[in-house]
Ligand binder design. Structure first.
Ligand code: BMA
Length: 382
Protein backbone atom coordinates (compact mmCIF):
# COMPACT_ATOMS: atom_id res chain seq x y z
CA UNK A 1 0.00 0.00 0.00
CA UNK A 2 2.67 2.38 1.09
CA UNK A 3 4.82 1.98 -1.97
CA UNK A 4 1.71 2.26 -4.16
CA UNK A 5 0.80 5.49 -2.40
CA UNK A 6 4.32 6.76 -2.95
CA UNK A 7 4.24 5.73 -6.54
CA UNK A 8 0.93 7.55 -7.07
CA UNK A 9 2.32 10.63 -5.34
CA UNK A 10 5.41 10.60 -7.52
CA UNK A 11 3.29 10.18 -10.63
CA UNK A 12 1.03 13.08 -9.59
CA UNK A 13 4.01 15.34 -8.88
CA UNK A 14 5.66 14.35 -12.17
CA UNK A 15 2.45 15.12 -14.06
CA UNK A 16 2.14 18.52 -12.39
CA UNK A 17 5.76 19.35 -13.20
CA UNK A 18 5.38 18.11 -16.77
CA UNK A 19 2.22 20.11 -17.34
CA UNK A 20 3.80 23.24 -15.85
CA UNK A 21 6.89 22.96 -17.99
CA UNK A 22 4.98 22.70 -21.26
CA UNK A 23 2.38 25.29 -20.31
CA UNK A 24 4.41 28.42 -20.22
CA UNK A 25 1.59 30.28 -21.94
CA UNK A 26 -1.88 31.38 -21.03
CA UNK A 27 -4.43 28.74 -21.84
CA UNK A 28 -7.01 29.33 -24.51
CA UNK A 29 -10.26 28.19 -22.85
CA UNK A 30 -11.66 25.24 -24.75
CA UNK A 31 -15.07 24.87 -23.11
CA UNK A 32 -18.01 25.32 -25.39
CA UNK A 33 -20.79 27.41 -23.93
CA UNK A 34 -23.92 25.41 -23.49
CA UNK A 35 -26.11 28.31 -22.46
CA UNK A 36 -24.48 31.13 -24.32
CA UNK A 37 -25.86 34.39 -23.03
CA UNK A 38 -26.63 36.51 -26.06
CA UNK A 39 -26.43 39.71 -24.04
CA UNK A 40 -22.76 38.92 -23.41
CA UNK A 41 -21.87 37.32 -26.74
CA UNK A 42 -23.57 39.15 -29.52
CA UNK A 43 -22.85 38.04 -33.08
CA UNK A 44 -23.89 39.79 -36.28
CA UNK A 45 -25.47 36.61 -37.58
CA UNK A 46 -28.45 36.20 -35.28
CA UNK A 47 -28.59 32.51 -36.26
CA UNK A 48 -24.92 31.82 -35.55
CA UNK A 49 -24.24 28.24 -34.46
CA UNK A 50 -23.46 27.49 -30.84
CA UNK A 51 -19.85 26.62 -31.78
CA UNK A 52 -19.50 30.05 -33.41
CA UNK A 53 -20.92 31.79 -30.35
CA UNK A 54 -18.54 29.74 -28.22
CA UNK A 55 -15.58 30.84 -30.34
CA UNK A 56 -16.54 34.48 -29.89
CA UNK A 57 -16.91 33.90 -26.19
CA UNK A 58 -13.45 32.30 -26.00
CA UNK A 59 -11.96 35.22 -27.94
CA UNK A 60 -13.72 37.74 -25.72
CA UNK A 61 -12.31 36.07 -22.64
CA UNK A 62 -8.81 36.98 -23.86
CA UNK A 63 -9.49 40.70 -24.15
CA UNK A 64 -7.13 42.78 -22.08
CA UNK A 65 -5.17 39.83 -20.73
CA UNK A 66 -3.74 37.78 -23.60
CA UNK A 67 -3.68 37.24 -27.35
CA UNK A 68 -3.49 34.26 -29.67
CA UNK A 69 -0.45 33.94 -31.89
CA UNK A 70 -1.34 33.08 -35.47
CA UNK A 71 0.45 32.22 -38.71
CA UNK A 72 -0.77 32.09 -42.31
CA UNK A 73 -0.55 28.66 -44.00
CA UNK A 74 1.37 27.37 -41.00
CA UNK A 75 0.67 23.65 -41.53
CA UNK A 76 0.82 23.74 -45.31
CA UNK A 77 4.47 24.68 -45.82
CA UNK A 78 7.33 26.71 -44.40
CA UNK A 79 10.67 28.15 -45.35
CA UNK A 80 12.23 25.57 -47.70
CA UNK A 81 9.75 22.74 -47.00
CA UNK A 82 6.35 21.90 -48.42
CA UNK A 83 3.57 19.67 -47.17
CA UNK A 84 5.26 17.66 -44.41
CA UNK A 85 2.75 16.03 -42.09
CA UNK A 86 2.62 17.76 -38.70
CA UNK A 87 5.39 20.20 -39.52
CA UNK A 88 5.21 23.92 -38.76
CA UNK A 89 7.99 26.52 -38.73
CA UNK A 90 6.42 28.00 -35.59
CA UNK A 91 6.51 24.62 -33.86
CA UNK A 92 10.05 23.89 -35.07
CA UNK A 93 11.23 27.08 -33.38
CA UNK A 94 9.01 27.35 -30.28
CA UNK A 95 7.91 23.78 -29.58
CA UNK A 96 4.26 24.87 -29.90
CA UNK A 97 1.77 25.25 -32.70
CA UNK A 98 0.21 28.66 -33.19
CA UNK A 99 -3.29 29.07 -31.73
CA UNK A 100 -4.67 30.66 -34.90
CA UNK A 101 -4.18 29.53 -38.50
CA UNK A 102 -4.77 31.61 -41.62
CA UNK A 103 -5.99 30.13 -44.92
CA UNK A 104 -6.38 31.70 -48.34
CA UNK A 105 -9.34 31.00 -50.65
CA UNK A 106 -8.22 32.82 -53.83
CA UNK A 107 -9.03 30.80 -57.01
CA UNK A 108 -11.92 28.93 -55.38
CA UNK A 109 -14.04 31.07 -57.73
CA UNK A 110 -12.63 29.12 -60.70
CA UNK A 111 -13.23 25.79 -58.97
CA UNK A 112 -9.50 25.28 -59.08
CA UNK A 113 -8.06 22.39 -57.04
CA UNK A 114 -5.47 24.68 -55.52
CA UNK A 115 -5.61 28.19 -54.13
CA UNK A 116 -3.47 30.99 -55.50
CA UNK A 117 -0.34 30.00 -53.58
CA UNK A 118 -0.62 26.39 -54.76
CA UNK A 119 -2.16 24.79 -51.65
CA UNK A 120 -4.82 22.17 -52.41
CA UNK A 121 -8.28 23.04 -51.10
CA UNK A 122 -8.68 19.41 -50.12
CA UNK A 123 -5.66 19.76 -47.84
CA UNK A 124 -6.92 23.03 -46.41
CA UNK A 125 -10.15 21.27 -45.45
CA UNK A 126 -8.16 18.58 -43.63
CA UNK A 127 -6.01 21.16 -41.81
CA UNK A 128 -9.01 23.29 -40.83
CA UNK A 129 -10.50 20.16 -39.25
CA UNK A 130 -7.22 19.33 -37.54
CA UNK A 131 -6.86 22.86 -36.14
CA UNK A 132 -10.41 22.78 -34.84
CA UNK A 133 -9.77 19.45 -33.18
CA UNK A 134 -6.62 20.80 -31.53
CA UNK A 135 -8.67 23.68 -30.06
CA UNK A 136 -7.20 26.28 -32.42
CA UNK A 137 -8.90 28.95 -34.51
CA UNK A 138 -9.18 29.14 -38.31
CA UNK A 139 -9.32 32.41 -40.22
CA UNK A 140 -9.80 32.89 -43.94
CA UNK A 141 -9.13 35.50 -46.61
CA UNK A 142 -10.39 35.51 -50.18
CA UNK A 143 -8.11 37.26 -52.69
CA UNK A 144 -10.75 36.78 -55.37
CA UNK A 145 -9.89 37.63 -58.96
CA UNK A 146 -10.83 40.73 -60.92
CA UNK A 147 -14.15 39.65 -62.37
CA UNK A 148 -13.96 42.06 -65.31
CA UNK A 149 -10.58 40.99 -66.66
CA UNK A 150 -10.25 37.53 -65.11
CA UNK A 151 -6.81 38.53 -63.86
CA UNK A 152 -5.86 38.18 -60.22
CA UNK A 153 -6.95 40.48 -57.37
CA UNK A 154 -3.95 42.78 -57.87
CA UNK A 155 -5.29 43.88 -61.25
CA UNK A 156 -6.33 47.37 -60.14
CA UNK A 157 -6.53 48.86 -63.62
CA UNK A 158 -10.31 49.42 -63.48
CA UNK A 159 -12.34 51.45 -61.06
CA UNK A 160 -15.61 49.71 -61.85
CA UNK A 161 -15.09 46.18 -60.53
CA UNK A 162 -16.89 46.72 -57.22
CA UNK A 163 -19.65 48.52 -59.08
CA UNK A 164 -19.90 45.46 -61.36
CA UNK A 165 -20.38 42.87 -58.58
CA UNK A 166 -23.03 44.62 -56.49
CA UNK A 167 -26.78 44.40 -57.25
CA UNK A 168 -27.57 45.88 -60.68
CA UNK A 169 -23.90 45.53 -61.63
CA UNK A 170 -22.92 43.88 -64.92
CA UNK A 171 -21.20 40.97 -63.15
CA UNK A 172 -23.62 40.57 -60.25
CA UNK A 173 -24.91 37.18 -61.40
CA UNK A 174 -21.46 35.85 -62.11
CA UNK A 175 -20.14 37.10 -58.76
CA UNK A 176 -22.93 35.24 -56.99
CA UNK A 177 -21.73 32.11 -58.77
CA UNK A 178 -18.23 32.86 -57.46
CA UNK A 179 -19.62 33.26 -53.96
CA UNK A 180 -21.45 29.94 -54.42
CA UNK A 181 -18.08 28.22 -54.93
CA UNK A 182 -16.73 29.79 -51.77
CA UNK A 183 -19.89 28.93 -49.85
CA UNK A 184 -19.79 25.35 -50.98
CA UNK A 185 -16.21 24.97 -49.76
CA UNK A 186 -17.01 26.60 -46.40
CA UNK A 187 -20.00 24.32 -46.12
CA UNK A 188 -17.67 21.31 -46.38
CA UNK A 189 -15.66 22.40 -43.31
CA UNK A 190 -17.27 20.15 -40.74
CA UNK A 191 -16.21 18.45 -37.53
CA UNK A 192 -16.61 14.77 -36.67
CA UNK A 193 -20.27 15.32 -35.78
CA UNK A 194 -21.00 16.94 -39.11
CA UNK A 195 -21.28 20.41 -37.55
CA UNK A 196 -19.82 23.41 -39.34
CA UNK A 197 -16.46 24.54 -37.99
CA UNK A 198 -16.40 28.24 -36.97
CA UNK A 199 -14.31 30.44 -39.23
CA UNK A 200 -13.18 34.05 -38.90
CA UNK A 201 -13.83 35.35 -42.42
CA UNK A 202 -11.86 38.46 -43.41
CA UNK A 203 -12.94 39.55 -46.89
CA UNK A 204 -11.96 42.66 -48.86
CA UNK A 205 -9.08 43.52 -46.54
CA UNK A 206 -6.57 46.41 -46.73
CA UNK A 207 -9.23 48.58 -48.38
CA UNK A 208 -7.51 51.77 -47.17
CA UNK A 209 -4.90 51.04 -49.87
CA UNK A 210 -5.51 50.63 -53.60
CA UNK A 211 -3.60 47.51 -54.64
CA UNK A 212 -6.64 45.21 -54.74
CA UNK A 213 -9.64 45.76 -57.05
CA UNK A 214 -11.73 46.66 -53.95
CA UNK A 215 -9.21 49.34 -52.85
CA UNK A 216 -9.84 52.93 -51.83
CA UNK A 217 -9.27 54.64 -55.20
CA UNK A 218 -11.27 52.03 -57.11
CA UNK A 219 -14.72 52.31 -55.54
CA UNK A 220 -16.77 54.67 -53.43
CA UNK A 221 -17.27 54.02 -49.71
CA UNK A 222 -20.94 53.29 -50.42
CA UNK A 223 -20.10 50.74 -53.12
CA UNK A 224 -17.63 49.03 -50.79
CA UNK A 225 -20.18 48.88 -47.98
CA UNK A 226 -22.83 47.52 -50.34
CA UNK A 227 -20.45 44.78 -51.48
CA UNK A 228 -19.68 43.85 -47.86
CA UNK A 229 -23.36 43.73 -46.86
CA UNK A 230 -24.24 41.76 -49.98
CA UNK A 231 -21.53 39.21 -49.12
CA UNK A 232 -22.63 39.01 -45.49
CA UNK A 233 -26.27 38.46 -46.48
CA UNK A 234 -25.48 36.01 -49.25
CA UNK A 235 -23.30 33.76 -47.12
CA UNK A 236 -25.32 33.86 -43.91
CA UNK A 237 -28.88 34.13 -45.23
CA UNK A 238 -29.01 32.74 -48.78
CA UNK A 239 -26.38 30.08 -48.18
CA UNK A 240 -27.25 29.44 -44.52
CA UNK A 241 -23.66 29.49 -43.33
CA UNK A 242 -23.96 30.18 -39.62
CA UNK A 243 -20.35 29.50 -38.72
CA UNK A 244 -18.80 32.83 -39.71
CA UNK A 245 -17.38 35.69 -37.69
CA UNK A 246 -16.80 38.65 -40.01
CA UNK A 247 -13.54 40.56 -39.58
CA UNK A 248 -12.98 44.05 -41.03
CA UNK A 249 -9.28 44.70 -41.49
CA UNK A 250 -7.90 47.89 -43.01
CA UNK A 251 -4.39 48.70 -44.13
CA UNK A 252 -2.71 51.77 -42.62
CA UNK A 253 -4.75 54.72 -41.35
CA UNK A 254 -4.12 57.80 -39.24
CA UNK A 255 -7.49 58.67 -37.75
CA UNK A 256 -10.72 56.99 -36.72
CA UNK A 257 -12.43 58.69 -39.67
CA UNK A 258 -9.98 57.10 -42.08
CA UNK A 259 -10.45 53.76 -40.33
CA UNK A 260 -14.24 53.97 -40.60
CA UNK A 261 -14.48 55.45 -44.09
CA UNK A 262 -15.54 52.12 -45.57
CA UNK A 263 -16.71 50.42 -42.36
CA UNK A 264 -19.97 48.70 -43.30
CA UNK A 265 -21.51 48.80 -39.80
CA UNK A 266 -21.49 47.20 -36.37
CA UNK A 267 -24.30 44.88 -37.45
CA UNK A 268 -22.12 43.15 -40.09
CA UNK A 269 -18.65 43.21 -38.48
CA UNK A 270 -17.84 40.96 -35.52
CA UNK A 271 -14.12 41.61 -35.26
CA UNK A 272 -12.22 44.81 -35.98
CA UNK A 273 -8.60 44.91 -37.01
CA UNK A 274 -5.90 46.06 -39.33
CA UNK A 275 -3.02 44.67 -41.37
CA UNK A 276 0.29 46.36 -40.64
CA UNK A 277 3.73 45.61 -42.04
CA UNK A 278 7.19 47.02 -41.49
CA UNK A 279 8.77 48.50 -44.64
CA UNK A 280 12.03 50.30 -45.30
CA UNK A 281 15.66 49.37 -45.90
CA UNK A 282 17.01 50.78 -42.67
CA UNK A 283 15.34 48.12 -40.57
CA UNK A 284 16.17 49.63 -37.19
CA UNK A 285 14.78 53.07 -38.06
CA UNK A 286 11.85 51.45 -39.86
CA UNK A 287 11.05 49.35 -36.81
CA UNK A 288 10.71 52.43 -34.66
CA UNK A 289 8.23 53.94 -37.13
CA UNK A 290 6.42 50.62 -37.42
CA UNK A 291 6.03 50.30 -33.64
CA UNK A 292 4.81 53.89 -33.41
CA UNK A 293 2.20 53.11 -36.06
CA UNK A 294 1.24 49.89 -34.28
CA UNK A 295 0.75 51.82 -31.03
CA UNK A 296 -1.33 54.62 -32.53
CA UNK A 297 -3.48 52.38 -34.76
CA UNK A 298 -4.09 50.03 -31.81
CA UNK A 299 -5.23 52.93 -29.64
CA UNK A 300 -7.69 54.10 -32.29
CA UNK A 301 -9.24 50.70 -32.94
CA UNK A 302 -9.21 49.68 -29.29
CA UNK A 303 -11.21 52.76 -28.32
CA UNK A 304 -13.81 52.18 -31.03
CA UNK A 305 -14.03 48.49 -30.08
CA UNK A 306 -14.53 49.38 -26.43
CA UNK A 307 -17.27 51.87 -27.18
CA UNK A 308 -19.06 49.48 -29.55
CA UNK A 309 -18.70 46.20 -27.66
CA UNK A 310 -16.33 44.64 -30.21
CA UNK A 311 -13.08 42.74 -30.02
CA UNK A 312 -10.14 43.53 -32.28
CA UNK A 313 -6.96 41.95 -33.64
CA UNK A 314 -3.78 42.58 -35.60
CA UNK A 315 -5.04 40.56 -38.56
CA UNK A 316 -1.76 40.45 -40.56
CA UNK A 317 1.68 41.66 -39.70
CA UNK A 318 5.40 41.10 -40.00
CA UNK A 319 8.75 42.12 -41.40
CA UNK A 320 9.65 40.19 -44.52
CA UNK A 321 12.82 38.13 -43.93
CA UNK A 322 12.91 39.18 -40.23
CA UNK A 323 16.07 41.24 -40.51
CA UNK A 324 16.12 42.34 -36.84
CA UNK A 325 17.09 39.76 -34.24
CA UNK A 326 14.95 41.16 -31.44
CA UNK A 327 12.03 42.16 -33.67
CA UNK A 328 9.48 39.94 -31.92
CA UNK A 329 10.17 40.86 -28.32
CA UNK A 330 9.98 44.55 -29.23
CA UNK A 331 6.74 43.89 -31.10
CA UNK A 332 5.44 41.90 -28.11
CA UNK A 333 6.27 44.73 -25.70
CA UNK A 334 3.95 47.03 -27.67
CA UNK A 335 1.25 44.40 -28.17
CA UNK A 336 1.27 43.63 -24.43
CA UNK A 337 0.09 47.18 -23.83
CA UNK A 338 -3.03 46.69 -26.00
CA UNK A 339 -6.20 44.62 -25.70
CA UNK A 340 -5.89 42.86 -29.08
CA UNK A 341 -7.17 39.26 -28.93
CA UNK A 342 -4.92 37.87 -31.64
CA UNK A 343 -2.07 38.63 -33.97
CA UNK A 344 -1.36 36.78 -37.19
CA UNK A 345 2.05 36.75 -38.87
CA UNK A 346 2.15 36.38 -42.63
CA UNK A 347 3.31 33.28 -44.46
CA UNK A 348 6.69 31.57 -44.77
CA UNK A 349 6.78 30.73 -48.48
CA UNK A 350 8.49 27.46 -49.43
CA UNK A 351 9.40 28.67 -52.90
CA UNK A 352 10.56 32.26 -52.29
CA UNK A 353 13.60 32.19 -50.00
CA UNK A 354 13.21 35.77 -48.71
CA UNK A 355 9.45 35.68 -48.28
CA UNK A 356 8.98 34.66 -44.65
CA UNK A 357 7.62 36.50 -41.60
CA UNK A 358 8.45 34.21 -38.69
CA UNK A 359 11.91 32.75 -38.20
CA UNK A 360 12.54 29.14 -39.17
CA UNK A 361 14.81 26.78 -37.26
CA UNK A 362 18.39 28.05 -37.36
CA UNK A 363 17.45 31.65 -38.24
CA UNK A 364 19.16 34.29 -36.09
CA UNK A 365 15.85 35.62 -34.71
CA UNK A 366 14.63 32.17 -33.57
CA UNK A 367 15.49 32.59 -29.88
CA UNK A 368 13.76 35.96 -29.85
CA UNK A 369 10.63 34.55 -31.48
CA UNK A 370 10.59 31.73 -28.94
CA UNK A 371 10.90 34.25 -26.09
CA UNK A 372 7.99 36.26 -27.57
CA UNK A 373 5.87 33.12 -27.95
CA UNK A 374 6.57 32.23 -24.32
CA UNK A 375 5.70 35.75 -23.20
CA UNK A 376 3.26 36.32 -20.40
CA UNK A 377 0.36 37.25 -22.68
CA UNK A 378 0.94 34.97 -25.65
CA UNK A 379 -1.32 31.97 -26.27
CA UNK A 380 -0.11 29.02 -28.33
CA UNK A 381 -1.35 25.43 -28.59
CA UNK A 382 0.39 22.73 -26.56
C1 BMA B 1 1.01 38.20 -50.48
C2 BMA B 1 2.23 37.40 -50.83
C3 BMA B 1 1.94 36.65 -52.09
C4 BMA B 1 0.68 35.80 -51.93
C5 BMA B 1 -0.47 36.63 -51.41
C6 BMA B 1 -1.71 35.83 -51.10
O1 BMA B 1 1.21 39.00 -49.37
O2 BMA B 1 2.52 36.49 -49.79
O3 BMA B 1 3.04 35.83 -52.43
O4 BMA B 1 0.34 35.21 -53.14
O5 BMA B 1 -0.08 37.33 -50.25
O6 BMA B 1 -1.48 34.83 -50.15
Amino acid sequence: MKSLFHFATYVAIALIIASCSCNTNHKFPAEELTNADDSIVHLCDSNASSATIALMSRLKSLKGSSYLIGHEDDLAYGHSWNHEEGRSDVKDVTGHYPALFGWEMGNIEFQSDTQLDGVAFEDIRKWVQQVHKMGGVNTMTWHSSNIITGNNCWDNTQNDVVEAVIPDGVRYDLYRKWMDKLASFISSLRDENGDLIPIIFRPYHEMTGSWFWWGRDLCSPEQYKTMWRMTFDYLTKDKGLHNLLFAYSTGDFNTIDEYLERYPGDDVVDILGFDIYQYGDDVIAAQKLFLDRLRSQSDIVSLYAKEHGKIWAVCETGLESVGVDDWFTKFGAVLDGTDAVYVMFWRNAHDKPNHFYVPYEGHSASADFKAFAEGKNAVMLD
